[in-house]
Design a protein around this ligand. Structure first.
Ligand SMILES: NC(=O)c1ccc[n+]([C@@H]2O[C@H](COP(=O)([O-])OP(=O)(O)OC[C@H]3O[C@@H](n4cnc5c(N)ncnc54)[C@H](OP(=O)(O)O)[C@@H]3O)[C@@H](O)[C@H]2O)c1
Length: 341
């Protein structure tokens, strides 16, 4: 363990998002996973016996005997934890995350409960790194901070639109085809989702419509349908965008190919958006492709009709759309506020 690493904790570590956190943090070059926390019923049990491992690769051996701890901010202070990653349900996240901020912790949250508060960024490094400038107005560094990431479907949309924002976005119509893991674990009943498509995900369409505006600081008309499909990982989205300016298919493909983001951050891909003109691309089964795995947004099927550009995208909902996005946010935070010195 290097002294230069920042000590971090994960709240909600046994859930679908929580296990992506522990997997990515178990060997992170900047962060030292110091505390793994879940609900009271898990406290004292080992992580390996408590978690139902969903990820399509091996359980990290270094986490095998780690004990699940109770939520105790004083204990986190004593362990010199500075960053807390939250994968808590929204109902419990709000009070806990505000309490942690007040006690000097920097919280990186996946929950929706604080996303819409003034001065709390919905941060996606590729789309809006400038929102980190809001953090001092929360009281940081006198107290801590809360930085959220977006709803998983919105994340893919925001990354794909970030390099196209310069054309002026007038209208967005998006239909998402969202995987089961988006509902957490155990999530939906097998009887409800097996061989079935469900045309409604509670609250999801409102989140997409609201969050894309805050993230990209734009005010287009947004029309969203969010649909649950029987796929385990990865949200696909079909998108139509109307721009203020004349935009061609070639402009969009060039902008995606040239888009770089923050390739020096450990959890950033060298190329955040990967486009292919192969008509069968992208597909949900590619959700864990890329390096780091699950962090690339894939695009394809670009076409132009009248003044609108259409395309299809794939985002890994639990990695880039959740825990991986939070870790990338924490990396940008650590760099911006000089915490790695
Ligand atoms: N799944 C996604 O694709 C996705 C994407 C973006 C954002 N999110 C958001 O991320 C958060 C986590 O989602 P998830 O899908 O990982 O959910 P999940 O699978 O249901 O996991 C929830 C986690 O929170 C813990 N927990 C539940 N109630 C608690 C309480 N009262 N006190 C302390 N811990 C408690 C659970 O611990 P136990 O195991 O001990 O019950 C579990 O570790 C949610 O806010 C969700 O909206 C999810």
């Amino acid at each position: 363990m290097s002294n230069k690493k920042i000590n971090v904790a994960v709240l909600g570590a046994t859930g679908a998002v929580g296990q992506v956190f522990t997997w990515m943090l178990s060997r992170h070059p900047w962060f030292n996973l110091t505390a793994v926390i879940a609900s009271e019923r898990r406290v004292g049990h080992t992580y390996s016996e408590s978690v139902h491992w969903l990820l399509p690769f091996d359980f990290p051996p270094e986490l095998h005997d780690v004990r699940i701890q109770a939520y105790d901010p004083d204990a986190l202070k004593a362990m010199d934890v500075r960053f807390v990653f939250s994968a808590l349900p929204a109902e419990v996240a709000s009070d806990i995350e505000k309490d942690l901020r007040g006690r000097g912790f920097n919280v990186f949250s996946n929950a929706a409960s604080l996303r819409y508060e003034k001065n709390i960024p919905i941060l996606i490094p590729e789309a809006n790194p400038e929102q980190l400038d809001w953090v001092p107005s929360q009281g940081y560094p006198t107290i801590g901070s809360v930085v959220t990431n977006a709803n998983c479907a919105t994340t893919g949309l925001a990354v794909a639109l970030a390099p196209l924002k310069k054309y002026g976005i007038k209208e967005i119509s998006v239909s998402s085809y969202q995987s089961i893991s988006g509902a957490g674990y155990p999530g939906l009943s097998a009887l409800d989702i097996s061989g079935n498509v469900i045309p409604y995900i509670g609250g999801e369409e409102e989140k997409v419509e609201k969050e894309i505006k805050k993230i990209l600081d734009i005010n287009p008309a947004v029309y969203a349908y969010c649909i649950r499909v029987p796929v385990i990982f990865g949200h696909m989205e079909s998108v139509w965008v109307e721009f203020e300016q004349e935009v061609d298919v070639e402009d969009v493909i060039r902008d995606w190919n040239e888009f770089k983001g923050f390739p020096h951050l450990p959890s950033s891909p060298v190329q955040p958006i990967v486009y292919s003109d192969e008509v069968r691309f992208p597909q949900s089964k590619l959700a864990f492709w890329g390096e780091p795995r699950g962090m690339v947004v894939y695009t394809g099927r670009v076409k132009k009709q009248a003044r609108k550009i259409g395309f299809v995208l794939l985002v890994n909902n639990i990695v880039k759309g959740a825990a991986g996005g939070s870790i990338q946010n924490a990396e940008l935070f650590a760099e911006k506020f000089g915490l790695r010195k």
